[in-house]
Ligand binder design. Structure first.
Ligand code: ZN
Length: 215
């Protein structure tokens, strides 16, 4: 889940969500494949973004969504994204908050694109998306995904105001949760440096650029 204002976490829609409570748990480490070498990880091909079930979007909203998912794919396949992930530091050291994995391991997990609800690491961003108008009390909630759910819900109140880059960043943030990346539930000082927040913001920033270099 991504909120715009720290205070809005008081109205967190899914306070029971395990994914959002992970700050209490030790960070999990990725299980490296038998022949995986993170230092020399080379994707077999470009990451594809594949919207699956899409509900609640009008035709016009769907057009905007499609432009955003195209941007998301362009960013994930860019040299700029790869270099920024690999160079990421937190608290003066290589890495991210709330995660023990190295940037190279984080990047490898992203490129493998193995969501918790898909059987194989297919290098494909599998997105099931729902657009809903959340209640006024949840107005600070941009969107969320829950452990055990295959759907990323987006709040129409924010979707309408976001440009394609903003939507790409939001979808990137929630998709990173589906890969197992987590962050503090509360708006802690380190939360912006977690994988979902840091890379969601990075995706948004890169999606705003007129051109990117394919990796
Ligand atoms: Zn989140």
């Amino acid at each position: 889940m991504r909120t715009l204002r720290p205070s809005s976490s008081l109205f967190h829609r899914h306070a029971q969500s395990a994914a959002e409570h992970a700050f209490a748990e030790p960070a999990r480490r990725a299980a490296p494949g038998p022949t995986a070498s993170f230092d020399t990880f080379t994707p077999a091909g470009p990451v594809r973004v594949s919207p699956g079930t899409v509900t609640g979007y009008s035709a016009l909203e769907r057009q905007k969504l499609d432009r955003a998912t195209a941007k998301l794919g362009e960013v994930l396949n860019s040299r700029e994204f790869r270099d920024a992930v690999l160079a990421h530091t937190f608290a003066g050291k290589s890495g991210f908050a709330s995660d023990e994995r190295t940037p190279a391991e984080v990047y490898a997990v992203i490129r493998a694109a193995k969501e918790r609800y898909t059987a194989v690491a297919d290098g494909e961003v599998d997105l099931n998306l729902e657009l809903r108008t959340l209640s006024w009390f949840q107005r600070g909630v941009v969107g969320y995904t829950r452990e055990g759910s295959e759907t990323i819900t987006t709040n129409r109140r924010h979707f309408s105001g976001f440009d394609e880059a903003g939507i790409a960043g939001h979808l990137g943030h929630e998709w990173l949760h589906t890969l197992g990346f987590e962050h503090d539930f509360k708006a802690t000082a380190r939360r912006p440096h977690s994988v979902p927040y840091a890379l969601g913001d990075l995706i948004e920033a890169l999606a705003s650029r007129p051109t990117l270099t394919p990796v």
